[in-house]
Design a binder for this molecule. Structure first.
Ligand SMILES: C[S@@+](CC[C@H](N)C(=O)[O-])C[C@H]1O[C@@H](n2cnc3c(N)ncnc32)[C@H](O)[C@@H]1O
Length: 201
């Protein structure tokens, strides 16, 4: 679902860009099993910081960067168009329905802080599994249920109850649908980053 005003301001801020590019990107890269991922999909790109990480750190030749909110896609286009041209394709798309993407079409899928905004986190993970190539990797970066349900965060933000999960629920479901968790970093109850690989056979 779309962000409320508070979270939209945070997401599009310089501080968010700093945290994403200086902390989250390098941390996820340290969990990668390969040097380069030529064709990548990013869900919920927001202001477009993720696509820059995917090209700069993960060596992508092509990135399809999507978001459910047309205003975010327009914002990302302004930032990324002059830098990368056709190398980054930006489009409005719901992470819960990736039927516009080819099955087994991507070397890696990225979602920075997105799955906990969807109304059905399990369905989003199944969609990711469908579009990954066998051996392809999913890089995740999510806030967790305890944090999202805390009174202050509940008052300031707007997250669907059906998008909330614990780290164990998230990684357990990944394994169940054939996305084997590889590496993780956790801040208990608050934050989860990691990588998972689609099984080959
Ligand atoms: C917290 S922001 C993160 C933005 C960016 N990835 C970042 O890390 O700065 C969540 C983004 O996910 C998008 N979003 C929310 N629900 C979505 C969905 N079902 N499908 C695709 N994008 C979604 C929002 O519009 C927003 O841009």
């Amino acid at each position: 679902m779309k962000l409320n005003l508070f979270e939209r301001l945070m997401t599009n801020s310089r501080m968010r860009y700093f945290v994403q590019t200086r902390i989250e990107g390098p941390k996820l890269k340290s969990m990668a099993s390969r040097e380069r991922y030529p064709v990548c999909l990013e869900l919920g790109t927001g202001a477009g910081g993720g696509a820059r990480i995917i090209i700069g750190l993960f060596g992508a030749e092509k990135v399809v960067a999507t978001d459910i909110d047309p205003a975010q896609i327009e914002r990302a286009k302004k930032r990324l168009g002059p830098l990368y041209g056709d190398r980054v394709i930006l489009k409005v798309e719901d992470a819960l329905d990736l039927s516009g993407e080819p099955a087994g079409g991507y070397d890696a899928v990225f979602a920075f802080g997105v799955i906990h905004h969807t109304e059905d986190w399990r369905r989003a993970l199944r969609e990711i599994g469908r579009v990954l190539k066998p051996g392809g990797e999913y890089f995740f970066d999510e806030l967790l249920k305890d944090f999202l349900a805390s009174p202050l965060i509940k008052a300031a933000t707007d997250h669907p109850q059906t998008g909330m999960f614990t780290a164990g629920e998230f990684t357990g479901y990944l394994a169940q649908i054939g996305l084997k968790p590889i590496r993780q970093w956790r801040w208990d109850g608050i934050w989860l980053l990691g990588s998972a690989m689609k099984e080959k056979g």
